[in-house]
Design a protein around this ligand. Structure first.
Ligand code: MN
Ligand code: MN
Length: 262
């Protein structure tokens, strides 16, 4: 069995609107193994035993140094024969994660849940914004296939970029069209919590009604044809959450992703 290193990347300075995701990792971790929930995945695996290490160390405060630190920590986990499961923080951190994943595994197939394609060339003058990580990853050769699900806010520019690079961009009403055959190993999973409907995950900075249900996301994960080499759960904003509802969704997703990765 492969074990998992759970990372908490408390970084939200690349967010375009509201800060808050930097508070997320510690809160999600407290919910994950609280006495209010069990440590078991839906398939019955004890996630407490799968997660062999935790790294919630503080990050440098400037973007370049922060991204370098994230890439180095992910590379170290892979070198130690564990798989990285990362909690954001905002979605900008997926690019430095993918740099380290590519160095170890080559270009990966990515299953990406989000309301937004995050394929901007740049956003508000920042090429490393949380609106840009998959554009950077594609340019950098980190990506083989990219399958996005839940998209409901793609700009014309992002649609052009996606079409040019063979991105599969599906709305929340197009689940039946998910091309699982494109998601063979090496597989990476990136879950932006705003891909879910705000009814299920209200604690996000950019809520877009008309999204996925928790059950739909769990069903998709169960259909993935390969064990992910890494995964992330990003954009939880505790300042927008209601009764920890979104933190509990994130904790359930950690359990399912860790069980798949093991
Ligand atoms: Mn999003
Ligand atoms: Mn995103």
């Amino acid at each position: 069995m492969m074990t998992v290193t759970l990372f908490g990347f408390a970084w939200d300075a690349s967010s375009s609107y509201a800060r808050g995701p930097a508070l997320a990792p510690a809160i999600i971790r407290s919910v994950l193994f609280s006495d209010a929930s069990s440590p078991y995945s839906l398939s019955g695996k004890n996630v407490g035993a799968i997660i062999s290490a935790y790294n919630f160390a503080a990050l440098p405060e400037t973007g370049d140094a922060c991204r370098t630190a994230i890439s180095e920590r992910i590379a170290a986990a892979i070198s130690a024969q564990t798989k990285p499961l990362s909690l954001g923080g905002d979605h900008s951190l997926t690019y430095p994660i993918l740099r380290a994943i590519k160095a170890a595994h080559g270009p990966v197939n990515i299953f990406h849940i989000d309301a937004h394609p995050d394929l901007h060339e740049e956003f508000e003058g920042d090429r490393y914004s949380h609106a840009c990580p998959f554009a950077r990853a594609i340019e950098d050769g980190c990506v083989n296939a990219l399958v996005q699900v839940g998209i409901r806010s793609a700009s014309p520019e992002q649609r052009v970029f996606g079409a040019r690079h063979g991105v599969t961009m599906l709305g929340a009403d197009e689940i039946a069209a998910i091309p699982y055959d494109k998601l063979a190993a090496p597989l990476y999973v990136s879950i932006d919590l705003d891909g879910l409907d705000p009814a299920y995950a209200p604690g996000v900075s950019h809520p877009e009604p008309g999204g996925l249900s928790t059950r739909e996301v769990l069903a998709m994960l169960a259909k993935l044809p390969a064990a992910p080499v890494g995964a992330d759960i990003v954009e939880y904003n505790p300042e927008r959450d209601i009764n920890l509802a979104t933190a509990n969704v994130a904790a359930r997703l950690i359990k399912e992703l860790a069980a798949l990765m093991a």
